[in-house]
Design a protein around this ligand. Structure first.
Ligand code: SER
Length: 324
């Protein structure tokens, strides 16, 4: 007797990555195969489009276990997490959610034979890390609570793989740029906010310095990274948690110059937030993602000009409907 394929559960499905990853997974594997879950409910007008949907608080192991049983889950994309700037404001909440949530997910994965995708971040680097061409295997001494939870998360995922054979895999995402859902309080959020401000007001006040260089990625590449890594041939994987991936790197000044090619009147001014500037200064300028390229054929499609062109086009269309 053949069994139906087990489903995919996405936690944090209403967040910046999740709200697009659920649709990308459903496009690849079928609507019914992918269960969206979050601690929030989808807005009523959108709820029908989110089915199947499970209300899950990731810090509550019973709720995760129930969702896994009820939906016959085989893989979890565990996205629920606080981002860097918010985690600095509420470090104890960040520890509970980022670590407590992951631990519960890994335990349930061990008991039920699940695969787990865990997104780490450029935030897993810090003092002493080479800032340019940051190697796959290097010093990781982050100075933020977000970074501490990401390094610990990488290690815990590797531990569950080595000790219990759980199929854990992850990437270190850079700043993610998208036009669908907003990021939830990160240091790289300026690279999303700037597009809304450019279209709505023609000017933007940036909280990072003009010359702060960071890795970034356009969301379609971030979705491919997660889906392709989880589908990759396990026998080729030397690393697991977590692979450096990047799509581009730029400074606020360089992003402004690219936006001005489309909106010549656009202006930027700077009002530095010392907390987020300090976080950004502790992160790399450019990751070396050759391990991901070698082990699972990672290859991003969007560079800075392609990303800016599409962001402006998509947001212009979206905002002309929402702010007529
Ligand atoms: N975008 C994230 C942040 O700024 C980095 O992983 O917190």
């Amino acid at each position: 007797m053949s069994h139906p394929p087990r489903r995919i559960l996405v936690t944090g499905a209403l967040g910046q990555i999740g709200s697009e990853l659920v649709h990308a997974l459903r496009a690849r594997y079928g609507q019914d195969r992918v269960v969206a879950s979050d601690i929030r409910y989808a807005p009523p007008e959108a709820a029908a489009g989110w089915e199947p949907f499970a209300y899950v608080d990731c810090t509550n192991a019973v709720q995760i276990q129930e969702a896994v049983r009820r939906w016959n889950v085989g893989t979890i994309f565990h996205l629920a997490s606080l981002l860097s700037a918010v985690a600095e404001e509420k470090p104890h909440v960040a520890w509970n959610l980022n670590m407590g949530g992951l631990y519960g997910i890994l335990e349930i994965a061990r008991e039920n034979g699940l695969a787990v995708f865990f997104p780490s971040s450029i935030g897993a680097f810090g003092r002493g890390t080479p800032a340019e061409h940051t190697p796959q295997d290097t010093i990781q001494r982050p100075t933020t609570m977000y970074g501490v939870t990401k390094v610990a998360g990488e290690l815990l995922c590797d531990y569950y793989h080595q000790r219990f054979g759980v199929d854990t895999r992850g990437v270190r995402y850079p700043g993610l740029i998208s036009h669908t859902a907003p990021p939830g309080g990160g240091t790289t959020d300026y690279a999303v906010d700037i597009f809304y401000a450019a279209i709505r007001h023609g000017k933007y006040t940036c909280f990072l310095q003009a010359d702060t260089r960071l890795d970034m990625m356009y969301m379609p590449d971030a979705l491919d990274a997660a889906i392709d890594l989880m589908a990759a041939d396990a026998t080729r994987l030397v690393h697991r948690n977590a692979f450096n991936v990047t799509g581009m790197n730029f400074t606020p000044d360089e992003l402004t110059a690219e936006i001005r090619k489309h909106l010549p009147q656009f202006t930027i001014e700077y009002q530095i937030d010392p907390v987020r500037q300090g976080i950004a200064d502790s992160w790399p300028d450019s990751l070396d993602d050759s391990a991901a390229r070698q082990e699972w054929d990672w290859s991003p499609k969007y560079d800075l000009p392609a990303m800016v062109e599409e962001m402006l086009r998509e947001l212009d269309a979206k905002l002309s409907v929402s702010d007529p």
